[in-house]
Design a binder for this molecule. Structure first.
Ligand code: SAH
Ligand code: SF4
Length: 434
């Protein structure tokens, strides 16, 4: 039996990667992707449980989708990803019309459901051997950049975070498998690789650690640019910077280093295992070796016990580091985490006020970063024709900033030198120099 399927994806890049490999896997077994939900006989919603807001959105969407079963009696609808893993059977109480619940380690079951081997059920058993679906992510014609998963799960147990519970123990994929996958996507036209994991710095497969893997990737012919997310400040080593120094054109000094808080007490309660001083020392070392680094971060406001003083320490750290970009989140209680048991003493209105302050300062810092690039020459990767800016090509600078240049001035997939002429918070404009 062949089916027509559609996958809706919420959440992080890891979820996008899982949806993409699942889609490729289903297609390789003869099933067909359809863009329109009306044409589908299998709909899967891939979900995120990292914050309550993300959870509400996905559940709301599922509740509206299941209404389609009244019109199409053969339609099967299921949930996968982190909400599925976290809640299992309980989801049938919330959405009785659901057909299946598939956890993060059980994705291949969805092919069996598509093929009629199972009609419905809950498949959430943890499987520490699961390394993802053995299929390359789907590459569309003209695509120049893709994610490659190098590890799954997380062992850090930051006290606020649900990821170690829903994605299981940390395991690294064999380096040979990763290099093989990259060689295959490069054959399909990819120029830029982003290595993906919850904490890529703790990658280790046998005697290959993250810096060694990074170097192996840089040596693959055809790989023109390499990025990696996410770093953990406690595991970010000098050896990574040594590799960057050896491959300056391929690996730009752009680092996402989630700070979460600038207060020593809050960092300790978060179980982050670094102090503000250690974080600053790391950043100073990065700027010393790569003065033009782009350092971005994640901040959580309103963690239990966060005083005004703690919060001010976060704002001060943001200014001291001069982040190129800041992702700010309001603390959300996650069931089963260590922080769930703490006294939740920061009122919602105060959390919102603090969130707005962090966002405002983050935009100011991002503006400064972009404005400082005006007049410089940046080697940009030409990604595609811009959807929003007619007549322009959308490119990416080494820092990760979007750069717009005139259409017809370069080919998609090229890396070209561009003089930056104007800047907004997240977007730069430039002209190719000859
Ligand atoms: N492994 C990555 C990504 C984790 S989730 C990392 O460590 O950076 C992405 C971000 O979501 C985190 O960095 C954190 O800032 C935020 N986050 C995680 N759990 C949260 C929670 N319970 N409430 C608010 N934000 C949270
Ligand atoms: Fe969550 Fe911390 Fe692991 Fe990131 S490192 S996924 S924040 S537990």
């Amino acid at each position: 039996m062949k089916c027509r399927f559609h996958i809706i994806t919420y959440g992080c890049q890891m979820n996008r990667y899982d949806s993409s490999t699942l889609s490729e896997y289903l297609i390789s077994r003869g099933h067909r992707w359809v863009d329109n939900l009306d044409d589908a006989d299998l709909i899967v919603v891939n979900t995120c449980a990292v914050r309550q807001h993300a959870e509400n959105r996905a559940i709301g969407r599922l509740k509206s989708i299941v209404a389609r079963k009244k019109k199409n009696h053969n339609l099967k609808i299921g949930i996968m990803g982190c909400i599925a893993q976290q809640n299992g059977e309980k989801l049938f109480e919330i959405i009785p019309q659901l057909d299946f619940v598939v956890g993060t380690d059980q994705l291949p079951v969805i092919a069996q459901i598509a093929e009629g081997k199972f009609r419905c059920g809950t498949f959430v058993n943890a499987n520490t051997d699961f390394m993802g679906i053995d299929s390359i992510p789907s590459i569309t014609p003209g695509q120049v950049s893709t994610f490659i998963t190098i590890m799954r799960g997380c062992d850090n147990f930051c006290s606020y975070c649900v990821v170690p519970y829903v994605r299981g123990r940390e395991r690294s994929l064999p380096d040979e498998k990763i290099l093989d996958e990259i060689a295959r996507v490069v054959d399909n036209g990819i120029k830029e690789i982003t290595l993906l994991g919850q904490n890529v710095n703790s990658y280790r497969y046998e005697n290959v650690d993250f810096p060694a893997l990074l170097e192996k990737v840089a040596q693959i012919p055809g790989v023109e640019r390499i990025r990696f997310v996410t770093n953990h400040p406690k595991d970010f080593s000098d050896k990574i910077l040594d590799v960057l120094e050896k491959y300056p054109r391929k690996i730009p000094p752009a680092f996402h280093l989630p700070l979460q808080s600038g207060s020593a007490d809050i960092l300790s309660a978060m179980n982050r295992k670094y102090s503000p001083d250690e974080y600053i020392a790391l950043i100073e070392n990065i700027y010393r070796r790569f003065p033009h680094s782009a350092i971005s971060t994640d901040i959580i406001v309103g963690f239990p016990g966060e005083s005004e003083q703690d919060f001010q320490a976060t704002l001060n750290m943001m200014k001291a580091v001069n982040f190129s970009g800041v992702f700010a989140f309001r603390y959300s209680i996650r069931p089963g985490t260590a922080a769930e048991k703490l006294h939740h003493d920061v009122p919602e209105e105060l959390k919102i006020q603090r969130l707005n302050q962090v966002i405002r300062l983050g935009i100011q810092l991002a503006n400064n970063f972009s404005e400082n690039l005006v007049g410089t020459i940046q080697d940009v990767l030409v990604e595609r024709v811009s959807y929003k800016n007619p007549g322009k090509l959308r490119c990416t600078a080494p820092s990760g900033r979007t750069v717009l240049i005139d259409e017809n001035s370069a080919e998609i997939g090229q890396i070209v030198p561009v003089k930056i002429t104007a800047a907004k918070t997240w977007v730069l404009w430039g002209k190719i120099i000859s």
